[in-house]
Design a protein around this ligand. Structure first.
Ligand code: GLP
Length: 241
């Protein structure tokens, strides 16, 4: 694992965007695995700025997002479709037909998970997977569990995740209890992984992810087994190292 320690959230966002930009420039038709949450917002802003400066072209880029809440339609302002459209896609020249996000409205969970795995396969796999980190060590919505899930699946969100994500909803009762997410196996099949982590509240879990045992109780710890992971984290997040 390559670790870049940067000063703060803004520096993390600039470096994160530079790594993604390098991927797009070196392979214009690459497949990006994209993430939501507050962590990548600054990275997306920097990518949009690079696009506006004429330095980046998304016209051939394809994307596959990590996850989506189950039961939220695309036009719900908390859906990850809405997030991606408003924080990145509508600002750049990506072809929306080349963007992929699990369909939170498909009531047939097994069919949706199988469909999404097939989509990723048909794209030829993910070249660069962007990841944030949940407070309980989750990646995508792979919550602490007794085993690592190999494929896209439907999960019950933990109380900690519901609590952490309630800030985006009118009340905690509005937070969906389930989500579709790529499995840890799906994530591990990406050729390269870029994890971004910011803030003192992630310091303990980030230490466990990188230095602790590899265990499905800390889902992100599986990244220790991936041959090409770049971690960009700020001083606060790396304060326990
Ligand atoms: C959500 C997402 C994750 C994300 C995590 C951390 O649960 N499903 O993909 O990494 O939250 O979010 P934040 O970046 O807001 O701390």
């Amino acid at each position: 694992m390559r670790i870049y320690k940067v000063k703060d959230y803004d520096a993390m966002s600039r470096k994160g965007a530079a790594i993604i930009a390098a991927q797009i420039i070196s392979k214009p038709d690459c497949v990006l695995g994209l993430a939501t949450g507050s962590t990548p917002i600054g990275t997306y802003k920097n990518l949009i700025a690079a696009y506006n400066a004429g330095d980046l072209d998304f016209s051939q880029v394809k994307s596959a997002n990590l996850d989506e809440y189950r039961g939220l339609p695309r036009d719900n302002d908390q859906s990850y479709y809405y997030f991606m459209y408003n924080n990145l896609f509508k600002h750049v020249n990506i072809d929306m037909n080349n963007t992929n996000i699990p369909d939170g409205m498909n009531p047939d969970a097994d069919a949706e998970c199988a469909r999404y795995e097939e989509v990723i396969k048909s794209l030829g796999g993910v070249d660069l997977q962007l990841l944030g980190l949940g407070h309980d060590g989750h990646i995508g919505f792979n919550e602490p569990n007794d085993q690592f899930d190999k494929f896209t699946h439907c999960v019950n969100l933990t109380e900690m995740t519901i609590e952490a994500n309630k800030r985006f909803f009118a009340s905690i009762d509005d937070v969906p209890r389930q989500a579709y997410t790529m499995g840890c196996g799906t994530i591990m099949r990406a050729r390269k992984i870029l994890m971004l982590v910011s803030g003192a509240d992630k310091a303990d879990i980030l230490y466990q992810v990188v230095n602790g045992p590899v265990t499905p109780q800390v889902p992100a710890s599986i990244l220790q087994f991936h041959p090409d992971v770049t971690l960009v984290a700020d001083e606060a997040a790396l304060s326990k190292f």
